[in-house]
Design a protein. Sequence first.
Length: 320
Amino acid sequence: MWKPALITSLMVLFLCLTTEGRSLDSRDRHSEICREPEGFFPYPGLCIGDFYTCVDGVPFPANCPGDTVFDPVDLVCKKYDESSCRELPFECPDDKPGYYPIKPGQCSYTFWACVGGQPVEVKCPKEDEVFDEELSICVPVSSCKGAFTCPAQDGFFAQPGKCTSEYWECVGGVASPKICAGTGNVFDPETKVCVRLSHASCRDAFKCPEQNGRFPIDEDQCVGEFWICINGEPYLEKCPGTSIFDPKKLVCVSESDNPCNFRCPSLDGMYADKPGQCKNDFWICVGGKASPEKCPGVTSVFDPVRGYCVPIENASCSRP
C-alpha cells in the first residue's frame, strides 16, 4: 500500500517536472518572438498595428498609434502604404533587377521596375513614350508593339485614370494615339472631347496649393508641362519648344540646364544618385534614358554596390 509520504514526494516531483517543461516551452516561444533580449518585434506573418516589446527576452503586447501598422523589416510603426508588409500590386519574379508592364499585352506610360525584389512604378522619361513589353524599353507611342484595348470598335477614349492631353482613337477596334491641339487642353473622359482643364470633368486631379503661381506636374520629374494657378483655378500649360519645367525653380529651362539630367552608365540599369553615398533617391535607366526614383518607405536607401534598395543598417555605404 502506498504511504502518504511517498505519494506526496511523487506529486512534488511530477509538479516540478511539469513546471520545468512549461518553463522550457515558454522560453522557446519567447525566443521565437524576441530575436534579441531588448527591442520591438512583429507578430510573425502579420501586417497589423500590434507588435511585441521585448524586455529581458520576455515579450509584452503593444500597439501602434492610430491606423498605422508595425513594419516587420524596419521594426517601426508607419502607414500601411509605406510599410514593407503591404500587399503589393505586383510581385517581382525574382530578386534580380528587371522591368515589367503594368498590364501584360498593353502599352502604358508607366511600368514596374523591380529593385531588390520590390516593385516600383516608374514613368517613361518622355511624355510621348510608353513602355513596350516585348522590348522592355520606353518607345514612342506609335511604335509600341503592345495594344491599347479598345472598349468599343469605334470612338475616342481617355488614358485610364489620367487627365491629360493624350487620348486614343479606335477605328474598327484598332487604337491610335492622339494628342489634343492647343496649349492647356485635356481630353475629357466623360464628354470625350478636348476642353480647357478648368472645364473638364477630371479637373480635380490637381488642386492649387496657392491661389496663384506655377507648379510642377511631378516634383521629382522634369517634363515639358506644368500647372499654372490663377485665382485658385488650375490650367495645364506647356513650356515653349523643347524646354522643360524645373520643379525647383518653377520656370521653364533649356534641356541642357535640366536639373533632372543624369548620364546613364549603360542603356539599362539602376544607379545611385551620387557614387559612394546611400540615399533614398536613385536613377533607373531604360534604353539609355534616366528617370529619378525613390526607395520604398523612409528607412531604406539605394545601395550602389548591391544595385538595389536595402534597410539603412544593412547598407554598404555611408549616408550623405
